[in-house]
Design a protein around this ligand. Structure first.
Ligand code: SF4
Length: 296
């Protein structure tokens, strides 16, 4: 793993992502190296075109200082200029193109330091914080989460089978550890959601395992879910098949190849809606999201 220290020019970046007005990414690259990751496009903006996604992480070492300054500018916009409508709290989303609680966070604590700044800021009541991770390290910061009024923590869970997770998310913590972390957060009264995305193609032929996945989420105490179809456009399909193809049965392989068709997505939508109803979960947006285009 190639770890470098970098100086960031900006950290609190305006965003057009659904549900996010600003994004914060204290690291560039991601050591979890999921084979389907959509954030690998950032290699071309960070001088890593020659590096394989998942094999480098840049530590934006000045993150807390820059974040504090930018949060103070945002405070002026909210309080003095009144740029946001009353009651319309801007959302700051951590982890749009990296995992904010990947391994290096245990040492550098950049995500934690930003959250501490928020917890002490004058505008903590006027903003919303959302954070998405695959790491149980997130539970380390429960004490700080409790000091931030409008905060929710998302945990990405794409399978309950640790072998499947290992195949697609080889360096990420196992699904069972993620469910355990959700449990812990829920017990401590933290608002949580589960991000079930991308929907792995074998699920359309394996309704039972999809059912168990949502059941485990519900049992963890989480009631809100985002669900997203897999996007294998461009070179993604070839890359994914190259990486995991030999582990797929003939049927699973066919499903991968057909996973971008409307017929496939409609079939999966029907299954998901049935399960959501069964476990009485809140599906964000009321439907399975097709694909969110990421920004830096
Ligand atoms: S954890 Fe998220 S950002 Fe990191 S490689 Fe996986 S999908 Fe990409």
């Amino acid at each position: 793993m190639k770890i470098s220290h970098k100086e960031a020019k900006t950290i609190l970046t305006p965003s057009k992502l659904p549900g996010a007005d600003y994004v914060v990414n204290p690291y560039s690259g991601c050591a979890f190296g999921c084979v389907y990751c959509y954030a690998d496009f950032t290699r071309k903006f960070t001088g890593h075109m020659e590096d394989k996604w998942g094999e480098y992480v840049d530590i934006k070492i000045n993150t807390p200082e820059i974040f504090e300054k930018e949060l103070s500018k945002l405070t002026k916009k909210i309080v003095k200029k009144n740029e946001f409508k009353k009651g319309d709290k801007p959302v700051i989303f951590f982890g749009s193109v990296t995992d904010p609680y990947q391994g290096v966070e245990a040492k550098y604590e950049l995500t934690r330091k930003c959250l501490e700044i928020i917890a002490k800021s004058d505008i903590r009541n006027d903003i919303k914080i959302s954070l998405l991770t695959k790491s149980p390290l997130v539970a380390r910061d429960i004490v700080i989460f409790k000091q931030i009024p409008n905060l929710e923590i998302g945990m990405t869970i794409t399978s309950i089978d640790d072998e499947v997770s290992k195949m697609f998310e080889s360096c990420a913590p196992s699904s069972s550890l993620r469910i355990k972390a959700l449990n812990e957060l829920n017990k401590e009264g933290i608002n949580t959601y589960a991000f079930v995305g991308p929907l792995l193609p074998h699920f359309v032929a394996n309704e039972k395992s999809l059912n168990i996945l949502f059941m485990k989420i519900k049992e963890s105490g989480t009631n809100k879910v985002w669900v997203e179809h897999i996007n294998l456009k461009g070179k993604k399909m070839g890359r994914l098949i190259e990486l995991v193809g030999e582990n797929l049965s003939k049927e699973e392989y066919e499903l991968f190849v057909n996973s971008q068709t409307d017929e496939y997505k409609n079939r999966l939508n029907e299954i998901i809606m049935k399960i959501i109803k069964k476990y009485d979960l809140e599906l964000v947006g009321g439907k399975v999201i097709d694909h969110i285009k990421l920004e830096k």
